[in-house]
Design a protein around this ligand. Sequence first.
Ligand code: TRP
Length: 334
Amino acid sequence: MLGDKKILYSGMQATGTLTLGNYLGALKNWVTLNEEYECIYGVMDLHSLTVRQVPAEFRKNARSLYALYVAAGLDPEKNCIYYQSHVSGHAELSWILGCFTYMGELNRMTQFKDKASKHADNVNAGLYTYPVLMAADILLYQADVVPVGVDQKQHLEITRDIAQRFNAVYGDVLTVPEAYIPKAGAKIMSLQDPQKKMSKSDENANATILLLDDRDSILRKFKRAVTDSGSEVRYAADKPGISNLMEIYGCVAGKDMAAVEQEFDGKGYGEFKTAVGEAVADHLKPLQARYQELMTDKAYLDAMIKQNDEKAQGYAVKTLRKVQKKVGLTERIR
Ligand code: TRP
């Protein structure tokens, strides 16, 4: 708790650009959370180092993610948006927590197995201890709730286990976080294979809408989106392609599935796909304009980064000092 608000913590990796799935599934829904929670969002650049990065590109991507957070509507005066690597406590706490994590637990992480098979030439120790750093991110801020997608659930579970294990030895030191189940928020699937999640690393560019795609690309990709047999716009398990498009349309138009069905009653797939494309392009337009503005206004973004780095550091150092003291590390002499 900070004041009378619970603490909410989340973040995204600082690689590449975000997809429409990242936006509709997470970012868009984060915007109003600060009314209820003290919200802290990281640009998770340390985690990105588990995969080899081109330094200049990486630096730009991290700043781009920061700007996208803000452009999507996260007010950096009301949300603490900061760079993970600017608060050294993440790495320091991660080391200590690593000594409270068993190899058996890390061996069971499905994301590690996944990523290790994808990057077989670079199965580094960072990839293996990735969940420990993520636990440190969350526990450093004594977060009460963490909004995460299904793919990160196992990482939140291990975070809870580590916190409980630590507390069992040292008392009530770390807040054991809960998963935050959003009231709204969709799981957006690939436009080319609606059984697969929309992903920025998809080798088929038509499968993924990037937040910074221009209008023509957005329209074209939706036109090419795979649909199902039949011709009605109906939300149903046997219509995964159309249902995904309906989900997307519903999110940007603020309509439920029944209303979407009604709106497109008697209209064909072609007309529907054009409408979805236009709705998405219209919806993203102000976000993209704000993004461009932010990327050119160096002074503003720098000021926000500095202010929030300091704020994050203030939260983090409290937990870190407490943990260091509890485990018996010698206090600094002032
Ligand atoms: N692993 C998360 C992802 O890839 C990113 C992340 C790192 C994160 N640290 C976190 C998310 C802490 C929530 C809380 O999506």
